[in-house]
Design a protein around this ligand. Structure first.
Ligand code: SAM
Length: 244
């Protein structure tokens, strides 16, 4: 069917592509993607030969309008280099404009590094806040961390190897006792999830400079979720679905 399809792709292990994703990518007229070489490899792996077109957040209004116009009459897919589009990736403006134009938007769920890290870290996950990438500059990074300080939830950040140690030191200065996890190279051969205080992890990664892609997670302030009985809330919510 015509419309815009937001298609999640693997974050490392190609086996994580969904059956539905392959169907939609094969059946659509055009795949908008960040990098045709990256997506080309995935398509080849899946035996899909659909035409690709570059699309990212720097696309002009006219380019975006043309994609939306095409999606009025044909199925058009949006993918990013890896994982779920729009999650620290391009696509928000395209979805916003498609909705405004009355074009059907369908989202195909799949891999997302933030969620994969969250399910691996063993930190409280009744409430979490995805905070994307921390700013590179020290002052801006400190401001963002200070802003997040009072939040009673696990914080999830995207991070890069060269910046990990600095971020861990900043977190250690602000929250020396919180539980922290570093989830690296998720779904790939050298997947690793290491937990400890920010200080301990900073020390470790100073000695072993991390390679690859990283999700950094910080547990809530101690006792932050204690007053928040998630089992009771879950039971209450589920009760609404029980046949009476
Ligand atoms: N849209 C993607 C998603 O759904 O996860 C995220 C795109 S963002 C530009 C890229 C960042 O995601 C990386 O710098 C890293 O922080 C995180 N990431 C992506 N793949 C990862 C993996 N396999 N393991 C750990 N982190 C990953």
């Amino acid at each position: 069917d015509a419309g815009l399809y937001i298609v999640a792709t693997p974050i490392g292990n190609l086996g994580d592509i969904t059956v539905r994703a392959v169907d939609v990518l094969r059946g659509c007229e055009l795949i908008a993607c960040e990098d045709t070489r990256v997506t080309g490899k995935l398509l080849k792996h899946c035996g899909v030969s659909t035409r690709m077109q570059r699309y990212d957040d720097h696309a002009s209004d006219r380019q975006r309008a043309a994609l939306i116009d095409q999606a009025r009459t044909q199925p058009v897919a949006l993918v990013s280099d890896a994982g779920t589009p729009l999650v620290s990736d391009p696509g928000y403006r395209l979805v916003r404009d498609a909705r405004e134009a009355g074009v059907a938007v369908t989202s195909l769920p799949g891999a997302c590094a933030a969620i994969t890290g969250l399910t691996l870290a063993g930190l409280p996950n009744d409430r979490f806040l995805f905070a994307g990438f921390l700013p590179v500059k020290e002052k801006a990074r400190g401001d963002v961390l200070a802003e997040l300080s009072g939040i009673a939830a696990t914080l999830v950040f995207y991070e890069t190897g060269p910046r990990l140690e600095r971020s861990l030191r900043a977190i250690s200065d602000l929250w020396p006792t919180r539980d922290v996890a570093v989830a690296r190279e998720l779904t790939k051969l050298h997947e690793e999830c290491r937990t400890g205080t920010a200080q301990e992890l900073a020390q470790h990664y100073a000695e072993h400079p991390p390679k690859g892609e990283i999700v950094l997670l910080v547990g809530p302030p101690t006792g932050g979720t204690a007053e928040y009985d998630c089992d009771a809330l879950l039971a209450e919510a589920l009760a609404d679905f029980s046949p009476s």
